[in-house]
Design a protein around this ligand. Structure first.
Ligand code: ZN
Length: 635
């Protein structure tokens, strides 16, 4: 939907009129994807489009897939047989997204189907055109993935915690499912699935689906799964490795390598309690289980909200539960993102802004307002720095902007998270919490198992919370770059305490050990974030000692400190920086440090050399992001 601008308002969905109040009717009823057409005021009807998919919304949709997956660890390929069921019989053509797949055979009821692959596009991959269908409801595709499939990372035993067995995992967000199997790779289409993963019997397969048991066959284990709730393709996820499981409550458990399991169980012990808190805000958790898989260090995100089974980076297993607030974010995705989904990646703020808002609200319920606002300030400060880097007038700082010809992985920033959450906070403030909570529940129940656009959201707002539209400049928040000045400030005493010491530092006074001894880690983190871009080498050394950063188990969170030291010319920090770059895989964190290296004169030449040295252990998403940052900095 290129050129979409603030002049557009609507659409207003018609089938939500019947929802009188919050009811859980949708739990028993799984609804299909919403209308193909988006209507705009003035009676103009525009065809729904997704700039990141070859889908033709007028064609039949995939409603179910049966998978048989056989990983080949020596060749780094996955053999896939996928049998597709369509929502109704198709005649003519069907277009599917693919990337780097070797297709062997496409057939239906014993008949070979004709197909062709179009030209390769760098972002979209290749369109698979299955032709001349005649009332076809079910068809199968046999294929092999490429060793470079962007959705898969194959880890050698030495890249795992145990060091004995290999590990394989998938990561389909945003456009990577198409490198595993042909699909309508848009968040607007949902399907259920069954899967069988065939692996060596020393290994275990896990999936973001219900486990249906395992059979042994000729030295192989066949793990079976069923996904009863329809999901968009980006939430398809599995992993294979030496993985153990421990139950923590009736619906929460942990999967991890044996070496990590005990520590992870302790770290995530409060998951059931957190889940109950979020249910109080959003309504019942409908995915049955909430399990966590602790990933190998190369996982490129802090966490990924794969339904039933969140994938977590091991950076959150630090032995003090200081990072487990992130769990509230991933859990909230079970409602905002996984249940109510953005229609395209241009509407990404609907997934992440809502989830960040929910994360703040549940942190407030669990840990108090002061702490939740402190976290919100940290997030907002980081976003404002990111806006400065991009330029306040850059369209990338708007909540919605055209991404035609843009790889969504390349424009993931904290802006949809933090600006989106701030926008929702303003809506709440305008109408009061009670009314806004009523609106939230209508929104979740009204759009359960559906996808919607930003304009669809505005239409829903217009219908159910018109007062908010009168009081908040929605058009400015959604479509204009920068961060609106009229936002209400966040308020936290924990923050105020840090601010006093920043003001004193600017006058030349260093805090003492006694003064900061009772600070929580996030205050320390905020203090570092609020320091000037560059300080003296002596001060870097002093802060390193004051906060005990050298050898700290929390080194995965010290990317702002390392960046500050690099910019300030504190070269003694380099062994720690190298250790960080060699062990952490979370893309957003390592990119910050590489960027600081590349943008600073004395370290410029080291940036690419270090990247060359460590890139073999990074995920391709992280590799691409680092490379882009280095090129931007001219190295
Ligand atoms: Zn998120």
């Amino acid at each position: 939907m290129g050129g979409l601008g603030p002049e557009y308002r609507g659409p207003i969905r018609s089938n939500v009129d019947s929802i009188v109040d919050f009811e859980f009717w949708w739990i028993d009823r799984i609804i299909g994807v919403g209308s193909t057409f988006t209507s705009f005021p003035g009676g103009i009807e525009m065809k729904r489009d997704d700039p990141h998919s070859y889908i033709d919304f007028e064609q039949r949709k995939i409603s179910h897939i049966d998978f048989h997956l056989t990983p080949n660890f020596s060749e780094h390929t996955l053999h896939v047989t996928a049998t597709y069921t369509l929502d109704s019989p198709a005649s003519g053509s069907i277009f599917l997204d693919t990337r780097n797949l070797t297709l062997h055979r496409i057939h239906s009821e014993g008949e070979i189907l004709t197909w062709e692959l179009d030209e390769q596009d760098d972002i979209l991959g290749r369109r698979l055109h299955i032709k001349d269908l005649n009332q076809v409801s079910v068809f199968s595709i046999e294929l092999t993935t490429s060793p470079n499939a962007s959705a898969l990372q194959w880890l050698a035993p030495q890249q795992t915690a145990g060091g004995v067995h290999p590990f394989l995992y998938s990561q389909c967000f945003a456009l990577h499912a198409r490198s595993l199997f042909p699909c309508q790779d848009t968040p607007s289409v949902r399907f259920t699935y069954d899967a069988c993963i065939e692996v060596h019997q020393a290994l275990r397969a896990v999936m973001a689906a219900a486990a249906k048991g395992v059979e042994q066959q000729d030295g192989k284990s066949l793990f079976r799964f069923h996904m009863p709730q329809p999901i968009p393709s980006y939430l398809f996820a599995f992993a294979v490795g030496n993985i153990l499981f421990k139950d923590m409550s009736d619906r929460c458990g942990i999967y991890a390598e044996p070496e990590m399991l005990e520590a992870a169980v302790w770290e995530f012990e409060e998951n059931e309690k957190r889940l109950k808190q979020i249910e109080a805000l959003f309504g019942p958790y409908i995915w049955e289980r909430y399990d966590v898989l602790v990933m190998p260090p190369s996982f490129p995100y802090g966490a990924m909200e794969n339904p039933r089974l969140t994938f977590f980076s091991p950076v959150y297993v630090v032995g003090d539960r200081s990072g487990t607030w992130v769990v509230t974010h991933e859990m909230a995705h079970a409602w905002t993102g996984n249940l109510v989904t953005n229609a395209t990646w241009e509407d990404f703020w609907l997934n992440e802004g809502w989830t960040t808002y929910a994360e703040n609200r549940s942190t407030e319920m669990l840990e108090g307002k002061d702490y939740s606002q402190l976290l919100a300030i940290l997030g907002r400060n980081a976003m404002l720095k990111e806006m400065d880097r991009l330029g306040k007038d850059s369209e990338k700082t708007a909540l919605k902007f055209s991404q035609r010809g843009v790889d969504p992985d390349a424009v993931v920033t904290s802006i949809p998270y933090e600006k989106g959450s701030a926008f929702l906070g303003e809506l709440e403030r305008a109408v009061g919490r009670e009314d806004f909570d009523g609106f939230i529940q209508k929104y979740i129940s009204g759009y359960a198992f559906q996808s919607l656009t930003t304009e669809g959201f505005v239409g829903f707002l217009q219908e159910h919370l018109p007062k908010a539209l009168e009081m908040v400049d929605v058009e400015n928040w959604l479509y204009q770059p920068g961060f609106p000045d009229c936002v209400h400030p966040l308020d936290s005493e924990l923050y105020d305490e840090v601010e006093v010491f920043i003001a004193a530092y600017e006058k030349g006074e260093m805090p003492t050990k006694e003064q900061v001894s009772d600070w929580i880690f996030h205050q320390v983190f905020l203090f570092i974030q609020m320091l000037p871009e560059k300080i003296s080498v002596e001060d870097c050394r002093e802060f390193e000692s004051l906060f005990g950063f050298k050898g700290s188990p929390r080194y995965a969170f010290l990317y702002d400190f390392y960046s500050l030291c690099i910019r300030s010319g504190y070269r003694d920090v380099m062994p720690d920086v190298e250790h960080f770059l060699a062990t952490i895989g979370v893309s957003s964190r390592i990119v910050k440090v590489y960027r600081a290296l590349a943008e600073t004169d004395w370290s410029k030449t080291q940036a690419r050399a270090l990247f060359e040295r460590f890139q073999g252990r990074y995920h391709s998403i992280a590799r691409d992001n680092i490379d882009r940052a280095l090129v931007e900095a001219g190295v």
